[in-house]
Write a protein that binds this ligand. Structure first.
Ligand SMILES: *Cc1c(COP(=O)(O)O)cnc(C)c1O
Length: 350
């Protein structure tokens, strides 16, 4: 988005990726100790990786430019060309990474019909391939915590454990796209390490609700991270004085995790306001984290048109299809702004 457009958006419910670094975070960035990350000698990057590995209960972690690169590198480490990945049909790796799994790891994706992005062990059992050479080799299961296109739904720990058992039985690896894992943890009260303890690899996005300008951290065993480093270098993701941005991540883990509860509270209120508008349906309802997906079709209005009309009023809520809109709460949007946005939306469909 062009800067001048951004400045005219006074209520930004488009995405938690739109957050700007706060003054405390910027201060931490200017004071960061730095070194050469490509030689693993940036103390701030190393500290962020240690902190994240500990938070997730993993042996090691690697700092990467984006969540997409975390996913793609994990797939590259886990899979060989021709392997098959089992994931929900709504998965980010399938819908939003520009065909990366096919282009890079050379893997196929077997999409499952989950419920709000969450599937079960039976579905995994049923989708694992046999040993025939006619079939691709099942290799990896991917879960998304929270499920983005599943409406911010949270994988219950018991469901994750069931899926973990299934992957063990079939000798598959399990990867967690944890773009919003800290949202899931804060909303459910389950420690991030309890979720992460049930998967082989997992990452956190620093640029979503945590409010950083750049970066994500991928965690796993020492061996896995060793291989991930090779891909980081190959893909040009090995950085130099990246401590400047890693410091934002450290600051965010110390200051912006507990406050996610506020975003969830605001999202619940937002969800209730939307479902009070005749013809609008929030799914899942009640809202589970900071993403609010809602179907506007019964109002007779087109989601994209509504989104455009709101934009004229300096309110940004995205349309993901002709019928579905998505509103996202985050640290740069207040409860008052949410009520203002909802008043505007309600007036548009009256
Ligand atoms: C945002 C997101 C990603 C990609 O993260 P980037 O840091 O934007 O590359 C991956 N998975 C999910 C579920 C996401 O929401």
């Amino acid at each position: 988005m062009e800067v001048d457009m951004m400045d005219r958006i006074s209520i930004n419910l488009y995405s938690d990726t739109q957050t700007r670094p706060s003054s405390g975070m910027l201060q931490a960035m200017t004071e960061a100790e730095v070194g050469d990350d490509q030689h693993r000698r940036d103390p701030s990057v190393n500290q962020l990786c240690r902190k994240t590995a500990d938070l997730l209960g993993k042996q090691d972690a690697v700092f990467l430019p984006s969540g997409t690169m975390c996913n793609q590198i994990a797939l590259l480490v886990h899979c060989s060309p021709g392997d098959e990945i089992i994931a929900d049909k709504t998965a980010h790796i399938l819908n939003s990474e520009s065909g990366g799994p096919a282009a890079l790891a050379g893997a196929l994706i077997r999409p499952l019909e989950g419920e709000n992005g969450i599937f079960n062990a039976t579905q995994v059992h049923e989708s694992v391939r046999g040993s025939s050479l006619h079939e691709p080799r099942s290799r990896l299961v991917v879960v998304e915590q929270t499920s983005n296109r599943g409406g911010g739904s949270i994988w219950p720990l018991d469901r994750l454990k069931e899926v973990r058992e299934a992957t063990r039985e079939h000798g598959l690896m399990l990867h967690m796209d944890g773009a919003r894992l800290m949202n899931a943890s804060v909303a459910s009260g389950v420690a991030a390490s309890d979720y992460a303890g049930n998967v082989d690899s997992v990452w956190l996005d620093l640029t979503k609700g945590l409010g950083c300008p750049v970066g994500a951290v991928l965690a796993g065993t020492e061996d896995f991270i060793g291989e991930a480093w090779r891909w980081k270098h190959r893909l040009g993701g090995a950085l130099r004085q990246a401590g400047v941005i890693a410091a934002a991540g450290i600051w965010a883990l110390e200051n912006n995790v507990n406050r996610l509860a506020e975003d969830h509270e605001n999202a619940k209120i937002l969800g209730r306001r939307i479902s009070d508008i005749p013809g609008m349906k929030v799914e899942p309802f009640p809202v589970q984290s900071n993403l609010v997906f809602f179907d506007v079709s019964a109002t007779g209005r087109d989601a994209r048109e509504l989104s455009k009309e709101l934009r004229k009023q300096e309110i940004w809520i995205g349309a993901v299809s002709q019928n579905i809109m998505r509103a996202v709460t985050h640290l740069d949007v207040s409860l008052l702004q949410i009520h203002q946005a909802m008043d505007a939306l309600k007036a548009l469909v009256r």
